[in-house]
Every structure is written in C-alpha cells, then in structure tokens.
Design a binder for this molecule. Structure first.
Ligand SMILES: Nc1nc2c(ncn2[C@@H]2O[C@H](COP(=O)(O)OP(=O)(O)OP(=O)(O)O)[C@@H](O)[C@H]2O)c(=O)[nH]1
Ligand SMILES: [Mg+2]
Length: 439
C-alpha cells in the first residue's frame, strides 16, 4: 500500500483583480483537515460559508466533491472567493498551516491520471486547450479531449489474440504443434498499417496547426511584403509605402487566417544597401529564415527574374521556400503568371490559401485534422508504431515465431506509451511541467 499523497491546494484562476477567484484543495480526509476553517457542505451542493483567518472574514461559495467521484479521484474542495490576489495568496498560505501544501503545476491533473480518472492523451489535450491561441487550436484540443481514438482501440483489439498466439508458438510450438499463420497475421495487420498511415498524415498536419505555422515574408524592397503581412493579420500592423526600404525591423504577429494559425514575420527587403539602419534590418532576416516553417519569397510579377542577391540568400532554405508572385493585378494578362499569384492590396489571396494548405496540411482541410494526434510526443510514437508494423509486414512467412512475438510486443508497448498506460514518469514530468497551477 502506498501512503495517501499529501493534500494540495492552488488557485485555479489567474492571480489578477477579478470578480471571483477559485482555490482548489485535493487530498484524503478533507472534512477533518479543513474543519478549523469551515464545515464542508453536502457533496456537490454549492453553499455559502464564512471563512475566518488572519483577521479576514471572507464569504466563500464552497463545493465539496468527495473522492473518488471527483476530478482528481480524491476529496476535492473548491472555494470561490473574491478575486483579490492578496486575499487568495493569504488563503493559500493559511491552508498551509492546516497541512495543505501548494500544488506543483499540473499536480491536480497528475493525480487524476494516476487515479485512473483521466488518460494521458486527454491530459495532453487539456493542456493544449488551456494554451490554445486561435479558434482552430481550441477546436483541435477539444476534439482530442474525449475517449481514446477509435483506431487505438481497434489496433489493440486486433493485436491481442496475435500476441497470445505468438507467445504460445514460442513456448510450446514444436511440442504442441502451435504455429503462427503469418498469412493471416498479415491480413490482420495490413488494414491497421493503412490506418496508421492515414493518422500520420492527419497528425503531421494537426501538429502544424497546433504549433502555428511560422511564415517568413521575404522579398526585394517594395515587393509587397508588408501589404501581405497586414492582409493576413487582418490589421494594419506594418507601415506600407511606395518608398523602397520602408520596413527596417522584423515584425511578428500571431493570427488565424482562413483556419490556419499563423506566426507571421515581416522583414526588411533584402538588398545591398548603404543605409546603416536598413543594413541592420537585413542582418536580422537570416535567423527568421532559419526558424521559419515556410519562407514566402515575394516576387512581383513585373520582375522578369528574382533578385540575384535574394536568390543567393535563400539558397540554403530552398526546401522550404514558396515563391509567391505579387502585383498579380498588374500582370499583362490574367492567368499568365506561373506559380502562386496574389494581389494582397485587393485581398485576392485564394491561390496562397490553396498553396499553403497543400504544403502544410498535405491537402487536408483544417477540420479533417479534428481528433488527430498532435503533440510531438504523440506524433513520434505514431511514427514508431507505423515503422514497427512495417517491420512485421516485411517478415518472411516462414520465420521463427520469436520474431513476430517480439515485434508484436514492441507495437503493444508503443500503444501503451501512447495512451500513458505504461505510467512512465518521464512522460508525465514533461507533460505536467507545461501545465498551469491549479490544473
Ligand atoms: N498594385 C499593387 N500594389 C501593391 C500590391 N502589393 C503592394 N502594393 C503596393 O506596393 C508598395 C510597396 O508595398 P509594401 O507592402 O510596403 O512593400 P514591402 O515589400 O513591405 O516594401 P519594403 O518594406 O520597403 O521592403 C505600396 O505602395 C503598396 O500599396 C499589389 O499586389 N498590387
Ligand atoms: Mg515592408
């Protein structure tokens, strides 16, 4: 038997002046522990109590969820008090004198997980929901917050009998005449692998949406970078003029454009220049190019060729450069411009939308990513799982049963790591370090 973990508390709302602040307490035997401060009300019924400590008398709305039917699986008390940060800090300190320590970030959810109230995938989704910055990111996190994905459950169900059979073939094969029917195994695995590949494509796209796509806008002076930056951001953030060299610094904005969460970087036009301020701006472009997921090289349709200085600067990033022809409204004849043609000052950006979604989402609509795995940890495990199945399907039909047995075990272990059932502390530590206090 493990000893019961010590009781914890934390403000669950931000420490800012506000109408209401919520302080959560979780642990075993809270009724007795909190008795010096308040008499806990009936379970799940909001009740007013006057809390007295350090000369304060605070009217609080109190909720009591006895364990195990609570968020954490332990006794859980929620105290709603006035949203004064000093008052909240003082209450938390006072709870400390009653033997309730301040929680670590994510500790409430960690306990929920360890008490079987929540799975690892759900806990990760909750962390991402709280941190989401755009509507698409909120929707993605919400879609992951429910039950285990159906394909995880299906894969486990399909693998279980084969694991048992492989073990039996290893242990008793020759004596009992038990063998692996590799043909049947391959028939079982083929659709699972196909589904893993679909999920990989969805997950790669979802990860981009989850992180927000880092887009660097580069081009010669007056190529229309700042005009596009403002059009994508939906606000006039960058100064636009017809004077070459208007933008001197790197500007950054986070926004959502047509369902794509973006982190946009507007840069100084790249050219040889004697102007010291502009030179500094040009020097700042390189780190932006290095950190970008995609570099949009803006190249006005009037220019027969892209600027050679620019071509040279972009050469090391060729794999992630997308050429975008600006001033499409001034092209000789509509439709003659090759590549992605836009006229940002008129809001004509459909070609860019299609190209971005193709490049980043592999042609999937953002909504097609709902429910997909999306964190780095999940995506890496999914890649490992797909590889494991590839190895299984590449086994020769007459191989000794030890080979499929160990690969099936490996796949099973990866699924357990994905769902958190292996309870690996390192995965939990990493996850909960990203949580806020009181969650
Ligand atoms: N006709 C037309 N004009 C545009 C278009 N895009 C930008 N412009 C105009 O071109 C000029 C330069 O635009 P900016 O967006 O400031 O160009 P920039 O690349 O940021 O320029 P620098 O910051 O100087 O490097 C402005 O007068 C814009 O109104 C376009 O698609 N069509
Ligand atoms: Mg500019």
């Amino acid at each position: 038997m493990h000893p019961a973990p010590d009781p914890i508390c934390a403000p669950a709302t931000a420490l800012l002046p506000s109408a209401v602040a919520l302080v959560r307490v979780s642990g075993a035997g809270l009724r007795a522990l909190l008795a010096p401060l308040l008499a806990l009300p009936e379970p799940r019924r909001a009740s007013l109590r006057t809390l007295r400590w350090d000369g304060f008398q605070e009217k609080a709305l109190v909720l009591f969820f006895p364990g195990p039917a609570s968020y954490t699986g332990e006794d859980l008390v929620e105290l709603q008090v006035h949203g004064n940060p000093r008052l909240v800090r003082s209450l938390v300190t006072h709870l400390g004198t009653l033997g309730v320590r301040l929680a670590e970030p994510g500790e409430f959810t960690r306990r929920a997980l360890l008490n079987g109230k929540q799975g690892l995938l759900e806990a990760e989704a909750l962390r991402d929901l709280v941190a989401a910055e755009t509507d698409t990111q909120i929707r993605l996190a919400q879609a992951r917050a429910g039950a285990l994905p159906d394909w995880v459950t299906a894969a486990r169900q399909a693998l279980t009998p084969w694991m048992a059979r492989a073990e039996a073939a290893v242990d008793y094969g020759e004596d009992e005449g038990i063998s692996m029917n590799m043909g049947h195994l391959f028939e079982t695995l083929a659709p699972i692998r196909a589904r893993f590949h679909v999920e990989q494509a969805r997950a790669r796209a979802a990860r981009h949406l989850q992180h927000g796509l880092r887009l660097a806008l580069v081009g010669r002076p007056n190529a229309g970078k700042s005009t596009l930056f403002n059009a994508l951001a939906g606000e006039d953030r960058a100064i636009v003029t017809d004077i070459p060299g208007t933008t001197r610094d790197v500007l950054e904005v986070r926004c959502e454009w047509r369902g794509l969460p973006l982190r946009l970087f507007d840069t100084a036009g790249l050219r040889e220049t004697a102007d010291p301020v502009e030179r500094l701006g040009v020097a700042r472009v390189r780190p932006v190019l290095e950190g970008a997921d995609l570099v949009l090289h803006l190249w006005p349709t009037q220019d027969p060729e892209p600027d050679p200085v620019l071509q040279e600067a972009l050469a090391p990033f060729a794999g992630k450069v997308l050429e975008v022809r600006t001033f499409a409204d001034q092209a000789q004849a509509a439709g003659t411009t090759p590549g992605v043609a836009i006229a940002a000052h008129q809001g004509d950006l459909d070609a860019l939308e299609t190209a971005l979604k193709d490049r980043v989402l592999g042609g999937l609509a953002p909504d097609a990513c709902l429910g997909a795995l999306a964190t780095d940890r999940q995506v890496e495990l999914l890649e490992d799982l797909a590889r494991q199945l590839d190895l299984l399907l590449a086994l020769p039909p007459a191989c000794p049963p030890e080979l499929p047995a160990s690969l099936l075990q490996g796949a099973w272990g990866l699924l357990a790591r994905l769902t958190g059932e292996d309870r690996a502390e390192s995965a939990l530590d990493q996850l909960f370090s990203g949580f806020c206090l009181g969650k």
